[in-house]
Design a protein around this ligand. Structure first.
Ligand code: PMP
Length: 322
């Protein structure tokens, strides 16, 4: 149920404005050179509790601030203040559906030249209704991409830099053009890194394996959730280590994880069936547990969720939209 007619707002240049006023110049540094750092955060509508539960909100902002520091973008708020700004923004909307929240800190000066010296920084946060990013109700067909993941010493993947998503877009686009659902990137040593916007797990002989944080991955928050759920609910430890490309074809099961992808089963890679070619039992259980946890159905994981009240200011939002 998308709120097509509802007014939307963004946090932009220090205040909350209607989304259509949150605009930047074509001369903006970040628009020209990709000098932005962003986050992707999901909120899940809970019909019973009449609220949106935002998943691991503070952890996303802790990562965001590590990354903005790495890329020398100044954000004049700490993680708790960013949480508060986000909850205020959510309260200005009338969501009754799943939501995606996008904070973006960027080099905002209007100038020619890549230098970041003396360049101004800005922060925006916007949110929008959001369903499945990729199909999670069937097994996906993947390919190993001909595009390598950008090196940690070129554009660090873990930094979630806007410019780096050219690499992700090339991977995804190549996969779609060749009839696959998604592509898998290797690093310059030839080890598996991740999907275009997802971390990857394989199940081999009953164990979970995922590329390590030194292999060029983005340190996924969903990845962390899955490691916890697998350990605490299924008694499965995860080994984080380099994964060879051909281990993908040896795997009994493969799945992708991410804020967008959630838990997406993979049943074929490069036209080779994974396991029996069906969604595997471990993947199925992990997907169910994850989706229950993020919707607030498992008490043990309620501390992952921040309640966003969507009714407090929605009346006001509707009035000013007229
Ligand atoms: N890798 C990349 C390249 C991504 O863009 C994402 C999405 N943020 C992920 C992995 C998964 O990270 P998370 O679980 O924090 O969304």
């Amino acid at each position: 149920m998308t709120q097509t007619g509802a007014q939307k707002y963004a946090f932009f240049q220090g205040s909350f404005v209607p989304l259509e006023h949150a605009k930047v110049s074509v001369m903006t540094h970040a628009f020209n050179y990709g000098t932005g750092v962003f986050e992707g955060i999901r909120g899940y509508w809970n019909e019973q509790d009449r609220c949106v539960y935002i998943l691991r909100l503070r952890e996303h902002y802790v990562r965001f601030l590590k990354n903005t520091r790495m890329v020398c973008i100044e954000v004049p708020f700490d993680a708790d203040e960013l949480v508060e700004l986000t909850l205020k923004l959510m309260s200005m909307h009338d969501f009754r559906e799943d939501v995606y929240i996008r904070p973006l800190a960027y080099k905002s000066s209007e100038q020619i030249g890549v230098s970041m010296k003396g360049v101004k920084d800005d922060l925006t946060i916007f949110c929008t209704p959001f369903g499945n990013y990729i199909d999670i109700d069937r097994g996906l067909s993947l390919c190993v991409s001909s595009w390598k993941r950008t090196d940690d010493n070129a554009i660090p993947g873990r930094a979630k830099v806007t410019g780096n998503y050219v690499n992700s877009a090339l991977v995804k686009n190549e996969a779609l053009m060749n009839g696959f659902d998604e592509g898998i990137c290797l690093n310059s040593q030839g080890f598996v890194v991740e999907g275009s916007t997802e971390n990857i797990f394989i199940v081999r002989d009953g164990a979970l394996i995922t590329p390590s944080v030194a292999d060029g991955i983005l340190e996924g928050i969903t990845r962390d959730c899955i490691i916890s759920v697998a350990r605490d609910e299924l008694g499965l430890d995860t080994m984080a280590r380099p994964v060879a490309r051909t281990e993908l074809y040896y795997a009994d099961e493969v799945f992708l994880t991410g804020t967008g992808a959630q838990v997406a089963p993979v049943t074929s890679i490069d036209h080779r069936a994974i396991g029996k070619g069906d969604v595997g039992p471990v993947t199925g259980k992990i997907q169910t547990l994850y989706l229950d946890a993020v919707r607030g159905r498992i008490p043990r994981y309620m501390d992952w969720l921040t309640r966003a009240n969507i009714t407090a200011m929605s009346g006001m939002a509707r009035v000013s939209a007229r």
